[in-house]
Design a protein around this ligand. Structure first.
Ligand SMILES: [Zn+2]
Length: 454
């Protein structure tokens, strides 16, 4: 069994890896880099030249794990695509959304030919789905072994339908965590690992450099959010929460209504819109199909008003209210970006950020700003005075670093391959794994550098 990184190795970017066993080739994830453009945003598909590409397994429907799939299918149209039923349903929504954005972004740019809605329809129809813990066989037409590669998905606890992947062949095994949350969120209950041991563990390292003291539990952050929201409502303000449309929006919606229903915060109007609302429907339909904390929570039954109705009316939001708007990193041109510009001038109101902000995004500038100072959200915008409060929270959908070590402890791999983290994150995880498990071989994944799983 061989493992070859094609993207996302030393970066949180275009997650894409290739595994070959007995001349069967399996691609794990096929993501697009959210902050790069053109061919730079895609995995290194050129490294697949001359290698068999028989199947693609998608761990979850986030852009950086899924959105390059239609480009791979353009070059390998007969590839078998397998994912969980929930990721298939979410992919139908998110890939159509991506197609629209790419067509706009690359209208006059020849570096990428964007995929069409028709291509997405065909691709989604051809996607196979397998539930958590079901084993399925993969063997390409050049497969040279009496035994197929055996694959299974395992609940990764990150977003709805997210999976880690276990591959087994002729006594060798590889476990790819994908994005994994060992701890629970408001809706999802956390990852479920298969029994170990495994030969190789491909481990995401998002929080490798984050001191866990600065990453409170979901329930601790929920209490803090209630306290801060009450302070804002007490002075007659409103709260804007920038969220990712997939995952964070649904978790935060359930969190906010959990507080309203308990009487911990007042019953103020809650505004949502767009893709995030459509995704709520997929969460609702699957609330008995996958493990969730409370199957009774039906997101679309929670009373919400539409952000776009207010924007169309030309009025502004009447305080008090809570607005959940994408994107999570306040990317220019999105709903949360437009609202942030308005919110910054609202005395008494507040912007609650809830997750990680990439340094290249306006969200990163936002979390560094404080009331009374000035902020320049993008280079082309004039600086503006910050009149509202900006309160960063950490509602994480990734494992803390000690939880990542607990995965190593549970699966006892011979070798750990570190992926999906910046240099500091990967270095911390590498040292920590070697300290705790000195017999383990540690690899830092590098694009194009093949690792033999022996
Ligand atoms: Zn993700």
């Amino acid at each position: 069994m061989k493992f070859l990184p094609l993207g996302g190795a030393g970066d949180i970017g275009a997650s894409c890896y290739y595994v070959e066993a007995a001349h069967t080739g399996i691609v794990l994830d096929c993501g697009m880099h959210p902050r790069k453009t053109g061919a730079e945003a895609l995995p290194r598909f050129d490294l697949l030249t001359g290698r068999p590409v028989d199947a693609v397994l998608i761990t979850h429907a986030h852009q950086d794990h899924l959105d390059a799939l239609p480009f791979l299918v353009q070059t390998a149209p007969h590839v078998r695509i397998v994912t969980t039923p929930q990721t298939r349903a979410l992919a139908e929504l998110t890939l159509h959304n991506a197609a629209g954005i790419l067509q706009e972004q690359y209208a006059d740019d020849p570096t990428i030919t964007p995929y069409t809605h028709q291509e997405i329809d065909l691709l989604v129809q051809s996607m196979e789905w397998r539930s958590y813990n079901d084993t399925f066989d993969i063997a390409g037409y050049r497969h040279q072994s009496p035994e197929p590669v055996r694959a299974s998905f395992h609940d990764a606890g990150h977003i709805l339908g997210s999976a880690s992947v276990l591959l087994r062949h002729e006594g060798r095994s590889l476990f790819f965590t994908g994005d994994i949350s060992v701890g629970k969120q408001r809706l999802l209950i956390g990852a479920s690992l298969p029994p170990g041991p495994v030969d190789a563990l491909v481990l995401e390292c998002t929080h490798g450099a984050t001191d866990s003291q600065t990453l409170p539990s979901w329930s601790q952050e929920t209490k803090r959010l209630a306290k801060e929201a009450n302070a804002v409502f007490g002075r007659g303000g409103s709260v804007l929460i920038p969220v990712f449309a997939l995952g964070k929006m649904q978790e935060m919606l359930a969190t906010v209504f959990g507080l309203i229903n308990k009487g911990a915060i007042p019953d103020v109007p809650v505004f949502t819109a767009g893709l995030g609302k459509k995704i709520c429907m997929v969460y609702d339909k699957n609330r008995y199909a996958v493990p969730v904390a409370d199957s009774e929570v039906e997101l679309l039954q929670l009373p919400q008003q539409n952000i776009f109705d207010v924007q169309r009316s030309g009025d502004f939001f009447q305080a008090p209210c809570i607005v959940l708007a994408a994107s999570g990193m306040v990317v220019e041109g999105t709903t949360s970006f437009g609202l942030t510009k308005r919110w910054l001038s609202q005395k008494g109101s507040a912007i609650f950020t809830v997750g990680y902000m990439d340094p290249s995004t306006p969200g990163y500038t936002l979390i560094a700003a404080r009331r009374g100072g000035t902020i320049q959200l993008t280079q082309t915008l004039a600086p503006q005075t910050v009149e509202c409060d900006i309160i960063p929270f950490r509602f994480s959908a990734h494992s803390r670093r000690e939880e990542l070590l607990s995965i190593v402890d549970a699966l006892r791999p011979n070798r750990v391959i570190l992926v999906h983290g910046d240099e500091a994150a990967i270095n911390w995880m590498g040292s920590a794994v070697l300290d705790a498990f000195p017999a383990t071989k540690v690899h830092i994944a590098e694009i194009g550098k093949e690792i033999e799983i022996s």
